[in-house]
Design a protein around this ligand. Structure first.
Ligand code: NAD
Ligand code: ZN
Length: 381
């Protein structure tokens, strides 16, 4: 069984997809034990990412048991239960050598500027992903990590993306002790970023979204102040007022492009016309951070939303820090945070859905039905 992309908002279950085979001596074949659907998959689902080809299997967040290894694989053994970071990384190019595993130069022949990713269109290298029973894992000795004894499988699978991504969002923000941090987006990535903002010494963490149940979750899970932008006249003014008109020290964009199209819309319902689905949250972040502040972009933007308000950036002396998360770099620290009980990210998993129902799972997650935060897919065995 494998998830199968047929076009925007059309996901099917493929019962006949051939099992993947070893193509290169450094490959492994992994039998998936758990996989997740990510907000990044929604960009593919909504048709926001160029060169997303029909027939592709998505899924860049998965754990699994090693079924076979190529002749060059030395560390990984058949039977190992591993978590597989979403970055496909060669481990030896100049970027990987600097631990920039999200920017590997070798793993993505399509575009050297972008790293390789499982299940992320041909712009991400064209690798099939883990929303399936089996997946081919290239460079098997580099990123796959044996799940530590005693670690809950649901926490392990969240280590493949959301936990390190949220951490890196906060880290990139360069948060200092006493800072006010504003996180746009209360999806799993924003929730983790808000939670980790405290680890870097934030004195105040504000989360902004428009989905009330997620805001409620942000209060409990991330101990954040959480506000619905539909209750505001203007989110930028709101942040200004909340910070004595200085602006936030750090703003984090954990939204990226969304599904609502690119026409001007009254998205707060208060008469303020904005280009919904474009870079709304990013504009809010840039306009509500203090002069000289840092905006950390972790949200994903497909073209044509590669836009930023350049004028405001220059006038305010803002630093933008943005990247794909480097999962492998962060794993040792984050495994420790989980094993010591400082974080329990699996609280975010609200839905456990058989892989057979993957198409329903996408529909639910996209429409934010049934208070969904993070859906887990369970293969048949
Ligand atoms: P998600 O879709 O579950 O959450 C996004 C949230 O943003 C939703 O709750 C939505 O209501 C909210 N939102 C929409 N427009 C908003 C706005 N203008 N202001 C405030 N909130 C708004 O997604 P997620 O899984 O949490 O991922 C968030 C983003 O992070 C996505 O763009 C995803 O592609 C990206 N991501 C990046 C990396 C990386 O390595 N850089 C890794 C994983 C995910
Ligand atoms: Zn993801």
């Amino acid at each position: 069984l494998a998830m199968n992309f047929r076009g925007p908002r059309q996901i099917r279950l493929d019962r006949n997809k051939p099992e993947p085979e070893i193509k290169h001596p450094y490959d492994a074949i992994v039998r998936v034990t758990r996989s997740l659907i990510c907000g990044s998959d929604l960009h593919l689902y909504h048709g926001r990412v160029p060169d997303t080809r029909v027939g592709m299997t998505f899924g860049h967040e998965f754990t699994g048991v090693v079924e076979a290894v190529g002749s060059g694989v030395q560390k990984l053994k058949v039977g190992d239960h591993v978590l597989v970071p979403f970055n496909v990384a060669c481990g030896s190019c100049p970027h990987c050598k600097q631990e920039l595993y999200g920017n590997c130069n070798e793993s993505n022949p399509q575009a050297t500027a972008v790293g390789g990713f499982f299940g992320y269109a041909h712009t991400g290298g064209g690798y099939d992903g883990g929303q399936a029973e089996y997946v081919r894992v290239p460079y098997a000795d580099v990123s796959p990590t044996i799940i530590p004894a005693g670690m809950d499988l649901e926490n392990a699978v969240l280590l493949t993306d959301v936990v390190p991504t949220g951490y890196q969002a906060a880290e990139q923000g360069g948060i200092h002790k006493g800072d006010t941090v504003v996180v746009f987006g209360a999806g799993p990535v924003g929730l983790m970023a808000a939670r980790f903002a405290w680890f870097f010494g934030a004195a105040r963490v504000i989360v902004i979204d428009h989905v009330d149940y997620r805001l409620e979750f942000a209060r409990k899970f991330a101990f954040a102040e959480a506000y619905n932008y539909r209750d505001m006249k203007d989110p930028v003014l709101f942040v200004k007022k909340a910070t004595d008109y200085f602006g936030a020290d750090v703003c984090i964009d954990a939204v990226g492009c969304d599904a609502s199209g690119s026409a001007l819309q009254d998205i707060t319902g208060k008469g303020l016309l904005l280009q919904a689905g474009s870079a709304t949250a990013l504009h809010w972040a840039i306009n509500s951070v203090k002069k000289g502040g840092i905006v950390s972009i972790i949200g994903v933007y497909g073209p044509p939303w590669n836009l930023a308000p350049i004028g405001s950036l220059m006038n305010k002396g803002i630093t933008i820090r943005a990247n794909q998360a480097s999962v492998k770099r962060l794993l040792p620290k984050l495994i420790d945070h989980i094993m010591s009980g400082r974080i329990n990210p699996k609280e975010m998993i609200t839905h456990r859905i058989p892989l057979e129902d993957v198409s329903d799972a996408y529909r639910m997650f996209s429409s934010k039905l049934d208070h969904i935060i993070k859906p887990l897919l369970i293969p048949p065995r």
